[in-house]
Design a protein around this ligand. Sequence first.
Ligand SMILES: *Cc1c(COP(=O)(O)O)cnc(C)c1O
Length: 355
Amino acid sequence: MHKKLFIPGPVEVRSDVLEKMATPMIGHRSKDASQLQRNISDKLRQLFYTENHILLSTTSGSGLMEGAVRSCTLKRAAIFSVGAFGNRWFEMARSNNVPADIFEVEWGQATSPEQVEQALSSGKYDLMTITHNETSTGIMNPVEEIAQVVKKYPEVVFCMDAVSSAGGSKIEVDKLEIDICITSTQKALGLPPGLAICTFSEKARERAQQVPYRGYYLDLLQLYKYIMEKDYQYPSTPSLSHMFALDYQLDRILEEGLDNRFRRHIEMAELVRDWARRHFALFADERYLSNTLTTISNTRDIDVGALNRELGQRGFQISNGYGKMKEKTFRIAHMADCQLEDIKELLDNIDDILM
Ligand SMILES: *Cc1c(COP(=O)(O)O)cnc(C)c1O
């Protein structure tokens, strides 16, 4: 039996979207391939509220995170981390020999504008990374306020991991002056895993031109050049299947309306939060709760594995805690094409099993 996924990626994918993955192939150097990538880029610009270029990478989101920190750091990167995915970005910098410092908080807390101000005012950094929505802890960082601080430091390339929020929560790239905003297909966009997406500003491009060793496959400047000089092509063979499905799904997303979609995510989040407060407790700081997933403290010490097995027999799957929080928390994702009724059905089943 198929289990309906309420895990923070990969998410449940609509069957009409899945079917688009089976579209017959076209040549990746054809005019049709260029047109496909151009259409996708135009629609993604709406989703990200930007006029910047859109880069696609046939990797998961991690590919463009690694590419960004390597391609665009000349001096030193400031990595702000509120959990597992922030830490991952620091590991990526280190393993690429990119000088970097990490600025952490206790898990469950958010990065503060003051913390960012303090780090950037040292003048040591020319790139910074922030996690918009930390999927391990369920924190959504106050990026609007943080962006106000970053604007004071024009030498800093502003990179944002929006892997688990883009498409489910409003991110105004141009207003916030984000240089590289990254996501992947298998989370709030509601597609199968395998393609990463980012916005790419003029400032990011200028920086990359100064960086001598950007790697090859994840070189953001190379991805950009193929769009500009070869009319929306990709340096190697991209996952055309994902591109067909993405092109189609973006139409569905824009048809729903971005504001409607973001509101639906907030409504789903509120349902899960209310339920969690009644029966357990929220792990993350109440002021900065994620709209796309909820991390719940396992205050009743339930056996999450056993709960998930029971749920599995009923056709649902939730997620245990991430890494070191495996037993202490569990997570319910409410993103992509998931509806309020789906969440209610899931919570009713959990209640039925536990209470
Ligand atoms: C899932 C996730 C990633 C990793 O993305 P992949 O597509 O699995 O490489 C990075 N950051 C956040 C916040 C995520 O949720």
